[in-house]
Write a protein that binds this ligand. Structure first.
Ligand code: ZN
Ligand code: ZN
Length: 416
């Protein structure tokens, strides 16, 4: 072993001698070449290892900014440390990662080594290592490659810059909407497009309350951020209630200053409202957002619908509906008129799993409808001028209109 080590040492010394005769090279770059993969964490290890080289090489080393290889970029990046620490001190976090982007003029700098058959510790790795070790020393936070709370992105150029990417906090839960006239997500005022005007009392919002606004306010306040996103597992109409077991959602708190928030206390605050209630609150990771948006073809929803009939109901046909409703009804549904301005015009094949008649008066019905996710229920009732077939209107040979639609259950077996 000793023999091998000595041989390697002689070889690298010869190579570095040749290199320093042909190029200007700083101590750090010499150190990067001698030991590219140290298995321990020591700040400025490259400098210390370079000091152990023979004097004839060491004497030829130059100041970092004169180095042909790194042009002093490592020291320049390290010089931004105080600014990085200052930004980090404003935020609560447990883990971090350092990413480095080399400016175009530096991207080929490590290729110099090829001519000398040396594989060094690469410049990017050296910068990330030196910044990370210093952050750990100063903050006591842990370096973590998987889903760190904060990623510090170093843009390594002649005047290095950095940027903090703060991981969002994701909160999974279910909401119930107990009042009509509340949209799910924030809806900018149609007069001022969100800037604020007389029509919206300078709020910039079309509606005074939204599910998103009511849910996100206490959570956002605790995390010290106003930037939030609300991802629902589908959405009900503004005038529909969301009852029963509630609808799954993920609340995303972006760029939070505080991470350790009391989600139970925040949900209790939400639940003081008479408009929205939330349950099943838990922290989750980002991948749940995709899951909540992807509606499985097998998923279902249960609705309560109030239906108005133009002519008095025919009891024979009501009995027929009751009979048909016991079995799945396949549906051909062309994109409804009311959403055609924002949805592609196509025919969807959906299934109504079950229709139960809760009550029937002369011109009024109350139905419980279990349907495949993505089926349009108001149109299944009216028929939408023949665009949905079959429909309650055609079965009852009447003109049926849905006057009230509430969601009783949203299938969430994949989520909770
Ligand atoms: Zn250098
Ligand atoms: Zn406005």
């Amino acid at each position: 072993m000793v023999k091998l080590y000595e041989r390697v040492k002689i070889m690298i010394t010869k190579i570095l001698e040749k290199l320093t005769n042909e190029k200007s090279c700083c101590k750090r770059c010499l150190g990067r070449a001698v030991d590219p993969k140290p298995d321990f964490n020591e700040i400025d290890y490259s400098l210390r290892i370079a000091e152990q080289l023979p004097e004839e090489i060491l004497n030829k080393s130059v100041e970092p900014e004169l180095c042909d290889i790194c042009m002093g970029i490592v020291e320049k990046s390290i010089a931004t440390m105080e600014k990085i620490i200052h930004q980090l001190e404003k935020r609560e976090f447990d883990s971090f990662l350092v990413g480095v982007k080399l400016h175009n003029s530096l991207q080929k700098s490590d290729s110099i080594w090829k001519a000398y058959e040396v594989i060094p510790r690469y410049l990017k790795v050296e910068i990330a290592r030196e910044i990370s070790l210093r952050i750990t020393e100063r903050t006591n936070k842990s370096y973590q490659t998987q889903l760190p709370d904060i990623t510090i992105l170093i843009n390594a150029k002649s005047t290095p810059r950095f940027d903090l990417q703060v991981k969002s906090i994701f909160i999974l839960g279910k909401y119930k909407k107990l009042k009509r006239g509340i949209p799910q997500t924030k809806w900018p005022c149609t007069h001022c497009k969100g800037r604020g005007c007389g029509e919206c009392n300078d709020s910039g919002q079309q509606y005074p309350y939204t599910v998103e606004g009511l849910v996100s306010e206490p959570f956002g306040r605790m995390a010290d951020t106003k930037i939030t996103s609300f991802h629902g597992a589908g959405r009900e109409d503004i005038d529909a209630l969301m009852l029963g077991t509630g609808r799954p959602f993920v609340l995303e708190l972006k760029k939070p200053y505080i991470r350790n928030i009391d989600i139970i206390k925040a949900s209790e605050e939400v639940n003081r409202s008479d408009k929205v209630q939330i349950t099943h609150i838990q922290l989750c990771e980002k991948d749940i957002v995709k899951k909540i948006k992807a509606e499985a073809p097998s998923s279902f929803k249960v609705y309560r619908a109030k239906v108005e009939l133009l002519n008095p109901a025919n009891s024979e046909l009501i009995a027929k509906l009751e009979d048909l409703g016991k079995n799945p009804i396949p549906l051909n549904q062309q994109t409804p008129h009311r959403v055609s301005h924002r949805r592609a015009d196509k025919i969807r094949n959906k299934t109504i799993y079950r229709v139960d008649i809760i009550s029937s008066k002369e011109n009024e019905l109350e139905l419980r409808i279990k349907a495949q996710g993505g089926a349009y229920i108001k149109e299944f009732i009216s028929g939408d001028d023949g665009r949905t077939d079959p429909c309650i209107s055609s079965i009852l040979q009447n003109n049926a209109i849905c006057t009230e639609l509430d969601v009783l259950e949203v299938d969430d077996k994949e989520l909770f």
